[in-house]
Design a protein around this ligand. Structure first.
Ligand code: ASP
Ligand code: MG
Length: 268
């Protein structure tokens, strides 16, 4: 099997120091620095026995069966370390582009509700495949489409906003040792129809889900080795950042860094 290396972008969604006033809702919180301890000072960790994590894998990480097995192995490690894990996946690399193209070819001015019906299918494939791979690796797992949770959105088909996520059942499953494998990008609108969250929307799904299940961490695995000060393919002097604030990441995302979807950073 081929090895794929991943880089985790960690978005701290909740922190013990903030929990007092965060509640269950999704709201902005200042990032909490995790700088190394000053000399002579001891770093104090508030680490619960078990950590609830949302792990998100993008299209290149689930592009073929070997990579899906690799993702399953990665998830298995977190489960075996004693963590409660939910996974969010994108469609296989290239799949969504193909689906979008088919809609456009049939009619440039297509019905946005039918567009969502079509483009949301990519994630249905990968959640099922990853659940199978996890089960084959001895991990209890189950796939979830957006409407099954449900992830409720407004009716802006093609670029819907997340309005609410029912987290209780997923939490219950995680506590009983099952891994929910959740389709990124999908929701259900007020008209009971499938919606999608805009291109790159699985990042947003992961962050919103992390808030809904009160996860300690949302780890976004991606196929680049980090966030740089500018595009390293164009500017050789670009520096890789060890750590980045929400504000800086928001700025980079909004001017076109493809690492994280802008709305996901806003929500985080
Ligand atoms: N599959 C969707 C897209 O290609 C969502 C995502 O990958 O985040 O835009
Ligand atoms: Mg992406």
């Amino acid at each position: 099997a081929r090895t794929v290396s991943f880089t985790a972008v960690r978005c701290r969604t909740t922190h013990p120091a903030l929990q007092r006033n965060t509640g269950a809702g999704i709201r902005a919180a200042r990032p909490v620095a995790t700088a190394s301890p000053e000399p002579g000072h001891e770093m104090v960790h508030f680490r619960p026995a078990m950590t609830r994590i949302v792990m998100k894998f993008g299209g290149t990480s689930v592009a073929d069966l070997d990579r899906i097995r690799n993702v399953a192995a990665r998830v298995k490690r977190e489960v075996e370390a004693g963590n409660e894990v939910a996974v969010v996946v994108s469609a296989m690399a290239g799949a969504t582009n193909q689906l979008v193209k088919w809609c456009q070819e049939l009619s440039p001015l297509h019905d946005a509700r039918e567009y969502d019906t079509v483009v949301a299918t990519g994630e249905q494939v990968t959640i099922g495949l990853l659940a199978i791979a996890l089960q084959a690796a001895g991990i209890d797992a189950r796939s979830w489409q957006g409407w099954q949770i449900p992830i409720r959105t407004d009716d802006a088909h093609g670029k819907a906003r997340v309005e609410a996520i029912e987290g209780a059942e997923l939490i219950r499953r995680m506590q009983s040792g099952q891994v929910p494998v959740v389709a990124g990008f999908q929701g259900i609108g007020p008209d009971n129809r499938v919606t999608t969250l805009g291109r790159g929307g699985s990042d947003l799904s992961a962050v919103a889900l992390a808030a809904a299940v009160r996860a300690e961490r949302c780890d976004i695995y991606t196929d680049v080795d980090g966030v740089y000060t500018t595009d390293p393919r164009i500017v050789p002097r670009a520096r890789k950042l060890e750590r980045i604030s929400y504000e800086e990441m928001l700025e980079l995302a909004s001017v076109g860094a493809k690492v994280l979807q802008t709305r996901s950073v806003e929500l985080a």
